[in-house]
Design a protein around this ligand. Structure first.
Ligand code: GDP
Length: 443
């Protein structure tokens, strides 16, 4: 995930400040010097860093810090607030036209993730009860039309295409017309990418713009390209009035500087962040939550939202009841693992929890998605009866399960032992909670 390096560095800086009962001007200056270096190293634009530090310093040397009993915390709070401001303050939402359909035009370099985003955004809109229409306006990249059709097919959203012989301007116009006739309330127009800022293509997208007058022009930029992403955004903004930016590939190993500079340099808000190749890996960009994540304070709000939209509440309640009554079987165990996996890659989930970045930094701590798949394979190789009553699994069955799941006898043994331990713990816990699990014994 992006920002890991920055988070660690900032936490070191603030760790030093926190212990102090009083902060001298020198302490603040020293801390700001380190914050400055951390931001530069994270590839944040030089000028952006300079302004940022100046603002934080101005507030940090103010009276509040001197008076406070916990001056370090006050400094962290100032940095937090300034980071939020830097990324645009409040969340910038997708446009919604009073006279539907709302027309969204995608722009960006080739490979930035435009076509993928078009599909993702359609899925997001669909989940909010909108009826999007996708328009295949990238007639130059050989597979783009097909790619969009496949994405649309996956989520059951119609895709309008006229092949690659008709001009994109005409395709866009007819697409919008069709949306009006069919009652689609959003039209998402995919356009041709550029390897770099290319005049002919830029001219074309301007013509599409003039023809359909979009309510939203989203520039899709690859966060992995660092400073280049900011330059791209700047030149597009000069040519085409952008209304928002979408950062893609934030799941990658980016240093994160782009996310922190784009708004400041272009004035254009970041509206979404794309965090993976899968169609549901798109998040609304919340500057406040991102700032918390950068400072290692976690992002519990996003985590809770994810849980609410992905976890089946009935099933969760049932699992909780089974745990309390220690009726928990391997079937439930599988179910529980599936529920958690629906939330996304574990690695990304941990990033949302406060302080987890420190644990992740520990070389002894490894999240191994493959290990989870192996555990699942083992459970799936058990018979129905065995899942209900693991005690009946004898030595020869253990060997069979290991062979059936492509794992080893040792792994099967380990899992069975862990499961037993877990059940024992649940029993103890249930005992403490009293027979009905309603409260502590005697209480
Ligand atoms: P386009 O040329 O701008 O339309 O780019 P595509 O939508 O074809 O995306 C280019 C590549 O980037 C594809 O392989 C996508 O799967 C991948 N991609 C898009 N968004 C993301 C993202 O958020 N994270 C990762 N890891 N890959 C992405």
């Amino acid at each position: 995930m992006a920002f890991e390096g920055l988070t660690t560095r900032l936490q070191n800086v603030f760790g030093k400040l926190r212990g102090k009962g009083k902060l001298s001007e020198d302490d603040v200056n020293e801390a700001m010097r380190e914050v400055r270096l951390a931001l530069l190293e994270a590839d944040v634009n030089f000028k952006v860093v300079k302004d940022f530090i100046a603002k934080v310093k101005e507030k940090a040397v103010g009276a509040e810090v001197q008076k406070s009993f916990t001056p370090g915390m006050v400094v962290v709070d100032i940095v937090h607030k300034e980071l939020i401001e830097l990324m645009g303050g409040s969340q910038a939402k997708l446009a919604k036209s009073n006279r539907p359909p709302t027309i969204v035009l995608m722009a960006g370099l080739q490979g930035a993730g435009k076509t993928t985003l078009t599909g993702k955004l359609a899925k997001l809109l669909q989940s909010q009860n909108h009826k999007p229409l996708l328009v295949a306006g990238d007639i130059y990249r050989p597979a783009a039309i097909k790619q969009l059709e496949v994405l649309g097919g996956q989520i059951g959203v119609p895709v309008f295409s006229l092949g690659d012989k008709v001009s994109p301007v005409e395709i866009a116009k007819q697409g919008v017309q069709l949306a009006k006739e069919q009652g689609n309330d959003y039209v998402l127009i995919d356009t041709a990418g550029r390897l770099q800022i290319d005049e002919a293509l830029m001219e074309e997208i301007k013509q599409i713009h003039a023809a359909v007058k979009p309510d939203e022009v989203l520039l899709v930029v690859d966060a992995m390209t660092g400073q280049e992403a900011v330059n791209v955004a700047k030149s597009f903004h000069e040519q085409l009035e952008l209304t928002g930016v979408v950062l893609t590939k934030l799941d990658g190993d980016t240093r994160g500087g782009a996310a922190l500079s784009v708004k400041a340099v272009t004035g254009c808000p970041i509206k979404f962040a794309s965090t993976g190749e899968k169609i549901d890996q798109l998040e609304a960009f919340h500057p406040d939550r991102m700032a918390s994540r950068i400072l290692g304070m976690g992002d519990m709000l996003s985590l809770i939202e994810k849980a609410q939209s992905n976890i089946d509440a009935e099933k969760a309640k049932d699992l909780e009841r089974k745990m309390r009554t220690a009726e928990f079987t391997f079937d439930d165990f599988l179910e529980q693992m599936e529920q958690v996996r629906k939330l996304g890659p574990l690695d990304q989930l941990l990033d949302m929890m406060p302080g987890m970045n420190k644990i992740k930094g520990n070389p002894n701590f490894k999240i191994d998605e493959k290990q989870i798949a192996r555990t699942e394979a083992i459970v799936k190789s058990m018979t129905k009866a065995e899942k209900q009553k693991p005690d009946i699994i004898n030595y020869s069955r253990r060997k069979r399960i290991a062979a059936g799941s492509g794992t080893s006898l040792a792994e099967v043994n380990r899992l069975l032992k862990q499961f037993e331990d877990m059940k024992k713990m649940m029993k103890q816990f249930t005992g403490m909670m009293g027979p009905k699990g309603k409260g502590p014994k005697g209480g």
